[in-house]
Design a protein around this ligand. Structure first.
Ligand SMILES: NC(=O)c1ccc[n+]([C@@H]2O[C@H](COP(=O)([O-])OP(=O)(O)OC[C@H]3O[C@@H](n4cnc5c(N)ncnc54)[C@H](OP(=O)(O)O)[C@@H]3O)[C@@H](O)[C@H]2O)c1
Length: 294
């Protein structure tokens, strides 16, 4: 059988790098859509792999510049996009990247006869439609559904890369958590999620909610981080009303930061337990991060 070619948009990010490796290991030809090639060469901060060796073609483009995306899907069978705004970028909005950037990519996919488009949104998105970073994902999902192209939308819980942020706070000696730390969730390792993503290329499911194999409270994940570091847990629970007030003030001075904070506050406010997939354990991930030192 002829090899399928997949375009991975967001190939330089945490999930993107795991997905590149997963598709390549299954025999796909991988074209990576990135803004710069730097991150492809080295291991990421949360042990996401260097992936340059798994990539056959590189397409340079920026979601905020639709012209730069033209031709990205030429000759491609399948598009996978986890291209998204997850960190504050001055002057750049979620609408520009998550919604309009992915829509420009979808238009290019339609023009080039792509057979399927796989997209990453967020678990429990319907509970967070007041959050820019969430609703812009779902605006794109609406476009995707209306386009007529075969699609799969995956809605994952938190990635282990987010647990890496908690780990770094624990390393610095103290963790701040929004809420009382009692809400439950099941974070997933990038490699486990990448496996589900690549399976969906051949599957018929259109919408997939997915989380990791273990359920924790926010407090538990942070205590585990301190334990992996051999430190005494030190956690401050920031009441939600203080978080909301801080968000309001941040929004006046720093909109990109407020957008990220808004997601963090919202998602901590309720349980996020999605159907479990994968086998990689958080304690092992923390153990590996601790062994790396730094
Ligand atoms: N992290 C989570 O817990 C979580 C949970 C559920 C859903 N999601 C969603 O999953 C997706 C991937 O998340 P992640 O944690 O892997 O994020 P990530 O590590 O920040 O990766 C995001 C990717 O999007 C790219 N990107 C950002 N702005 C771009 C632009 N203007 N033009 C082109 N590419 C751009 C990044 O490129 P650069 O390397 O150049 O920045 C990177 O390759 C996101 O849409 C996120 O909302 C994340």
């Amino acid at each position: 059988m002829e090899k399928q070619k997949v375009l991975v948009a967001g190939a330089s990010g945490y999930l993107g790098r795991h997905v590149v490796r997963e598709f390549a290991s299954r025999g796909y030809i991988v074209r990576a859509l990135v803004r710069t090639t730097e991150n492809l060469e080295t291991e990421g901060p949360n042990m996401e792999p260097p992936v340059r060796e798994f990539i056959t073609e590189i397409f340079i483009g920026d979601a905020t510049d639709r012209k730069s995306l033209e031709g990205a899907c030429k000759g491609v069978d399948l598009v996978f996009s986890c291209m998204g705004l997850t960190k504050p970028q001055p002057g750049v909005t979620s609408e520009q990247v998550d919604h309009l950037g992915n829509r420009a990519l979808l238009e290019d996919a339609l023009l080039n006869g792509v057979k399927k488009f796989i997209y990453i949104s967020v678990f429990n998105s319907q509970k967070m439609m007041d959050v820019d970073m969430v609703k812009t994902h779902e605006f794109f999902v609406n476009d995707l559904k209306a386009s007529g192209i075969p699609y799969t939308v995956l809605r994952p819980t938190a990635y282990f890369s987010d647990m890496g942020m908690f780990f770094n706070m624990a390393r610095s000696g103290h963790v701040f958590l929004f809420g009382d730390g009692s809400n439950r969730f099941n974070p997933i390792h990038g490699a486990d999620l990448a496996h589900v993503c690549a399976d969906s290329a051949e599957g018929i499911e259109r919408e997939i909610d997915v989380g990791g194999p273990e359920i924790f409270t926010y407090d538990q994940t942070n205590i585990m981080a301190f334990e992996a570091l051999g430190k005494q847990p030190s956690i401050t629970h920031v009441p939600m009303w203080i978080g909301t007030a801080a968000l309001f003030l941040t929004g006046i001075f720093n909109k990109p930061m407020a957008s990220v904070m808004s997601f963090a506050i919202s998602v901590s406010g309720f349980d996020n337990v999605a159907p479990a997939r994968g086998s990689r354990r958080l304690a092992d991930f923390y153990g590996d991060l601790a062994a790396k030192g730094g």
